[in-house]
Design a protein around this ligand. Sequence first.
Ligand SMILES: [Zn+2]
Length: 378
Amino acid sequence: MTPEQKKAFERVSSNLAPYVIRQYPKRLDLENPISQAYLYSRNQDGTLKSARDVGVKHASELFLEHVNSIQREGGVFTEMGEEGLARPGISADFPEIESFLNRSDRRKSHDTNSHPSRALRIVIETEAVQLVIFADSTEPATLRDRRVEQITDAVSRVTKAGFSIPSPLEFYLPKYSRGIHLPSLRVVDPWNSFADFYAPNKIMLSPQLLSTSPPNGAPDSVALELGSPSAAIIHEIGHCLHFAHAPERFVDLFHTKLSPRYQRAASDISGYAARNPHEFTAEVFTAATLKCTIRPEQGELYRALGGPLPARSAPQRTVDRALLAELNKSHFNNQRTLAAAAAMRTTAEMSRNVTPLASLSWTGHVPEADRTNSRKFQ
Ligand SMILES: [Zn+2]
């Protein structure tokens, strides 16, 4: 790559330049739509051309890659019958084992995901958004229902906090997102994630979010601090709304990190927020949805990066203050959102009320609004 190309690659649009730095990565796929856009597709004013399309193309490729590797490697594989399955506490770390124990043919020494074309499609209509959930029809209904409840709980909280969600919003729930090999309990994890967003409207969730304690290797995030798998889903919805709200900025933030002067403000949200501008935005969104305190400089950075604002925000002139007011305000008494929550209804056999976050949490206890009381994990 020539010095000119390197310079082109490292450029970010002028509205992001005070906040982020893009560095040329050690390894770069020049065929990737994002790399191509950085090198060749900027307008005179520095903004990206067709940013939304570029973001969707990139995400579609990634989604396909992840689905394929999960199909290929996800499952439970035993070499010596069910030896190793009786280990105490195994279901806390490996909630997918329950799916294996309930496989259709108990004589089989392994179980994998069903083909995606046979996925169970669950449609949940709320007043605010249509949720389309793709689940594995061979997963035990008890597990599937808990996963669906985590989703409806997260969506309900985002709606109550005043944010608009693009509709339909799709969720993909592979029965297995990693390979578990018994009796050694060797784990092959090609996806290497618990939850991911793919523009414009797909979110994939690992069954590991069913763990009764935070999964090993869970990032140092707001969700971890609150001990809440629903918060991990809210984080992904945050990425989705960031893309919907400001696709040019979202797509211009790959391979970037926050400017040094903002690192501290970001790490005060969470360790994960300081990792890069995308994670910062999703983490502030999660904190805001769960009514944690956001400091003015964190709010300023969030807004500059294109962080989604509640739909009920004030006119542009006062948007700074409005954001902070909205981010700190409880929306739970708002009649309109209460009505929306009450209207949340499900189709098929999935009909039930939204379960409170606490009953779905990793700790069994999540303070509703106060992070200072929240437990930390080691
Ligand atoms: Zn994230």
